[in-house]
Ligand binder design. Structure first.
Ligand code: ZN
Length: 135
């Protein structure tokens, strides 16, 4: 298994509620109180009806792998990481998030595999969300 770096994310006024929650081990989504759309990443306007009626809530942290690829040669912060998995995980609540699959060998990853979130401390007051096979 490769050891991935934990680079600091770009925190903005629109996503700081999300990144602040990662420090507490929470994966925050938003639900539109007008049309029930579940949104990620956090934002000011509903991506479906454009109202500003989004309300934050904690995701279950569970989902399944929608698609993935194995990166054998990373770049920038990931240039020294061994082969690692970049995946889209479809959360149980609906949104698909781009992430890494960790705590398993890349060749063991499969589409539709159930996964659960883990948080990797960046050392800057937040954590990166990654997923491992569900236990
Ligand atoms: Zn809406």
């Amino acid at each position: 298994m490769s050891q991935l770096p934990n680079p600091r994310p770009l925190v903005t006024s629109a996503n700081e509620v999300f990144w602040n929650a990662t420090a507490e081990g929470r994966l925050v989504l938003q639900r539109c109180s007008s049309c029930d759309t579940v949104a990620w990443p956090t934002r000011r306007h509903c991506p479906t009806c454009w109202t500003e009626t989004l309300v934050e809530f904690d995701a279950s942290g569970r989902g399944t792998i929608y698609s993935f690829t194995i990166v054998r040669k990373g770049q920038m912060d990931y240039k020294d990481a061994g082969p690692f998995v970049v995946a889209y995980v479809e959360l149980d609540e609906g949104p698909r998030v781009m992430t890494n699959i960790v705590e398993c060998e890349p060749d063991d990853v499969e589409v539709d595999m159930p996964v659960e979130v883990v948080f990797c401390d960046t050392g800057h007051g937040n954590a990166l969300y990654r997923f491992r096979p569900a236990r």
